[in-house]
Design a protein. Structure first.
Length: 64
């Protein structure tokens, strides 16, 4: 799974397509198994000079 990261100087952005928003990176999140019906949670903590990223794969899959 890929998670794109965007930045802006706007205090209240709504969309990544807003003027001033730009993609600054992409994080690849490995998920076990195969197919498109898998779930994962990604949590990003912003502070100081680092971004901490926590990823967790859900134990169930989506229903067909």
């Amino acid at each position: 799974m890929s998670v794109n990261i965007f930045a802006t100087s706007d205090n209240n952005p709504k969309f990544t397509t807003d003027v001033g928003c730009q993609k600054i990176g992409c994080i690849g999140v490995p998920l076990a198994g195969s197919g498109t019906k898998r779930l994962g949670k990604v949590r990003m903590i912003f502070g100081d000079t680092e971004i901490t990223v926590e990823c967790q794969q859900e134990h169930h899959t989506l229903a067909n």
